[in-house]
Design a protein around this ligand. Structure first.
Ligand code: NAG
Ligand code: NAG
Ligand code: NAG
Ligand code: NAG
Ligand code: NAG
Ligand code: NAG
Ligand code: NAG
Ligand code: NAG
Ligand code: NAG
Ligand code: NAG
Ligand code: NAG
Length: 643
């Protein structure tokens, strides 16, 4: 994605260096608006110090990634299901020789000796050690040293320039403005510990992101179908979504759920749940894959720490049955935690080493030198990705810079190309963002904002975003569900960063034509050209979950995502048993007219927020429940017909 800062200001510089002798036209390449919270400007950097400059080169063909993905994911495409290998992905997106040559020639012309310049093994980066003085001349900038309240130092600049002919070939330069992001994440405020932790750990922090809510504990539930309006147990979900399937290809199949430390599941809770509601899980554990020191910590035990993971695993494991091993990707150590990028680095070595761009204010940095931190090497392409991966955490889209969000979104597209289904919960605050925050007129999430605040990664067009429904009070599982309006509201709306993908154009146009919200265009992205979410939904109310030795009632899109993940995993099972491949990126398929009947359309309820009633559900797709809830039998029947 292009940085919005580029080309805003053009300045001409005089001779850069005596060897350069080129009067190049320079423009702003990236610029930061303010210093991220927790950091303070300490001093101007020493001009004679050396810094390792790295130029992230523009990837070849990256603008076509959506088309490539469509080619292997659209049911009408002759290449449907012909997923790519990791090598094909590297080869396709490796920067072109022209890109390498232009950047290298510019450096040489600017007086950097050819022998000092090195090209990364995968050609993703050009690296050169320069003095601060050289770097400042090359990019017309000033380098400073910033200090975090934890004592950590970081070298950065506020803005930098590149020659106009070089700009199209460089994504970004490090070190530079990256702290990056809009740097407006709530980190000082409420909850847990306070003080000196680096902000990177926010993603997995209890209470941050879309962590589920509870209304307290319950006892004496029998788990019968008559009570599904009050207590959701596995049998309710199986009946709602027609999921009665006994897996057979379990050794070939895989389902992964991602958790961020300090969130952790408890074995004793899983067993308590198993004894009451899922006897086939008795004695079973998830297969724990530790990423960057992740482990199922038991130091902190309460609902905030165990609720999310207990929920995800109890329902994810129950619905794929005890025969299918579930992979738990436990990510991040206890002191620092981790981000989506740390997980992505672990499952894709090319993302980790070749595209780079992790951001110390957003992502966990390993090895971690905090007390008790993980001192081993950062996981980089060492973890095998499962065929379906569900994550019930999220950001406000506006908390990330367009560059950061775009880079991560392209990575989801690459995983889709490899045949992996990526699911994210859509958020629990309706049209508002995390903790009910809305955007103010500077497009920054704040308590007094009133502009709708979409959630990421749900707004990335290359993931499947999952909203929440519920069984109406006094209704049964055989009645239509409504949008979830108990305790939480299903996250949904329109991105401010990502354009509308082709696959959803017809159904979103239908919504905007027939049910257009009459809010002023200043509070929602009314352009009709931006990515709309969620894609689908599933029940997210009244889940009975064993947490810390008691059954809690839990609410949230956090419930919905692992449930649909289990359903798609069972479809993969049936396909694998027939010698077919996994379903991969599902959106072009589920939005196709042939699949229109496979989802139960939700037409009641809405998703309030930001002082409004939010969007309304409607017939067909809507920005509350997407296409609706899945019917496994119907999906199964149609997906077995696809190659
Ligand atoms: C700088 O830009 C101007 C106008 O865009 C152009 O005429 C000139 O040739 C450029 N100079 C160099 C050195 O690229
Ligand atoms: C800058 O670094 C050089 C070499 O490391 C050192 O000799 C010099 O004293 C430093 N200057 C300042 C102002 O820190
Ligand atoms: C790019 O350069 C490498 C070596 O520098 C060469 O082997 C390769 O054939 C070139 N590729 C193209 C498309 O020209
Ligand atoms: C830059 O310096 C570091 C540390 O001295 C060294 O490991 C690295 O190889 C150098 N990189 C280049 C491109 O010269
Ligand atoms: C969420 O909002 C409440 C009050 O509205 C506030 O006390 C709390 O600090 C906020 N939490 C976060 C993580 O922003
Ligand atoms: C869980 O414990 C943390 C401290 O470890 C505390 O800040 C938080 O409020 C607790 N949450 C609940 C729901 O008790
Ligand atoms: C799901 O689809 C099957 C097959 O068409 C149908 O028999 C069943 O009633 C549907 N189940 C639900 C819960 O909608
Ligand atoms: C079910 O859970 C309850 C706690 O609510 C527990 O006391 C009981 O032993 C469990 N049932 C079985 C069969 O383990
Ligand atoms: C929006 O909120 C941010 C953070 O609270 C604040 O710095 C900024 O001034 C606000 N903008 C407006 C227009 O109120
Ligand atoms: C559900 O049924 C109970 C008992 O019949 C009744 O008191 C209650 O009002 C009903 N609730 C709704 C929302 O219809
Ligand atoms: C609406 O979304 C489009 C892209 O989808 C974006 O270009 C535009 O800036 C967004 N509008 C606002 C006000 O953010």
């Amino acid at each position: 994605m292009r940085s919005p800062w580029r080309s805003l200001v053009a300045v001409s510089l005089a001779l850069l260096s005596s060897a350069g002798s080129l009067l190049a036209n320079y423009s702003v390449h990236e610029k930061r608006t303010h210093i991220p919270s927790g950091w303070a400007l300490n001093r101007r950097h020493n001009l004679t110090s050396t810094i390792p400059l790295r130029f992230a080169l523009k990837q070849k063909n990256i603008e076509d990634i959506g088309n490539y993905l469509y080619d292997v994911s659209h049911p009408k495409s002759p290449n449907y299901g012909k997923h790519w290998t990791a090598t094909e992905i590297v080869r396709t997106f490796v920067p072109s020789n022209e890109t390498v040559d232009i950047v290298r020639s510019w450096l040489i012309a600017s007086g950097i000796g050819r022998e000092r310049i090195s090209l990364g093994r995968t050609k993703g980066w050009i690296q050169v050690n320069v003095t601060v003085e050289e770097a400042e001349q090359l990019m017309n900038t000033e380098y400073n040293v910033y200090t975090h309240m934890s004592g950590k130092e970081h070298v950065a600049c506020e803005v930098y320039y590149l020659p106009q002919h070089v700009q199209p070939h460089v994504d970004f330069v490090t070190p530079s403005v990256h702290f990056d992001a809009k740097l407006t994440r709530r980190s000082g405020g409420g909850g847990g510990g306070g003080g000196s932790a680096p902000p990177a750990r926010d993603i997995g922090q209890p209470g941050v992101g879309n962590t589920p809510k509870t209304t307290g504990t319950v006892s004496g539930i029998i788990g019968e179908l008559e009570q599904c309006d009050k207590y959701i147990t596995p049998i309710c979900l199986r009946t709602l979504y027609d999921l009665f399937y006994d897996p057979v290809a379990t050794d070939k199949n895989s389902y992964g759920i991602v958790e961020y430390t300090p969130q952790a599941y408890l074995d004793s809770d899983l067993q308590m749940f198993a004894r009451n509601y899922s006897a086939d899980l008795i004695g079973k554990k998830p297969y724990l894959v530790s990423i960057d020191g992740g482990y199922a910590q038991t130091i902190h035990k309460n609902f905030s720490h165990n609720g999310e993971s207990d929920l995800d695993l109890q329902y994810g494991m129950s619905l794929v049955t005890g025969k299918q091993t579930l992979t738990l990707y436990q990510t991040g150590d206890l002191p620092e935690g981790a981000s989506f990028n740390d997980f992505l680095d672990a499952i894709d070595g090319s993302y980790c080493t070749f595209e780079g761009g992790d951001d110390p204010t957003q992502d966990g940095i390993y090895p971690d030198n905090l007390p008790g931190g993980y001192t081993g090497p950062k996981a980089c392409g060492t973890v095998k990705p499962a065929s379906v991966i569900s994550t019930s955490y999220g950001y406000n889209e506006a908390d990330l810079s367009p560059f950061y969000a775009g880079r991560q979104c392209a990575e989801y597209a690459k995983l889709g190309l490899m045949g992996i289904t990526i699911l994210y919960s859509s958020g629990d605050d309706g049209v508002a963002g995390i903790n009910g925050s809305c955007l103010n007129s500077s497009h920054i999430p704040s308590a007094d904002g009133h502009i709708f605040n979409p959630s990421f990664p749900g707004t990335c067009p290359y993931v499947t975003s999952v909203g929440a429904t519920m069984v109406k009070p006094n209704a049964t599982v055989f009645d239509p569900e409504t949008a979830c309006m108990e305790v939480i509201y299903s996250g949904g709306g329109f991105s401010n960063y990502f354009a509308m993908p082709e696959y959803q154009k017809n159904v979103v146009d239908h919504y905007l034509t027939n049910y257009r919200p009459d809010y002023p265009s200043t509070i929602w992205n009314s352009t009709g050209t931006s990515r709309a979410y969620p894609d689908i939904s599933a029940n997210g109310a009244n889940y009975v979950v064993a947490v810390d030795g008691e059954f809690h009632l839990i609410y949230g899109t956090s419930c919905s995502s692992p449930v649909v993940g289990a359903i798609f995993t069972m479809i993969n099972d049936a396909r694998l048993a027939l010698g077919k491949g996994p379903i991969g990126f599902i959106n072009p398929t589920i939005y196709s007219p042939e699949f229109a009947c496979t989802f139960n359309d939700i037409t009641e309820g809405s998703n309030p927020g930001c002082g409004t009633a939010g969007y309304n559900t409607a017939d067909g797709w809507d920005p509350v429940t997407g296409l609706g809830t899945p019917n496994f039998s119907k999906l199964f029947a149609l997906w077995l017909l696809l190659p």
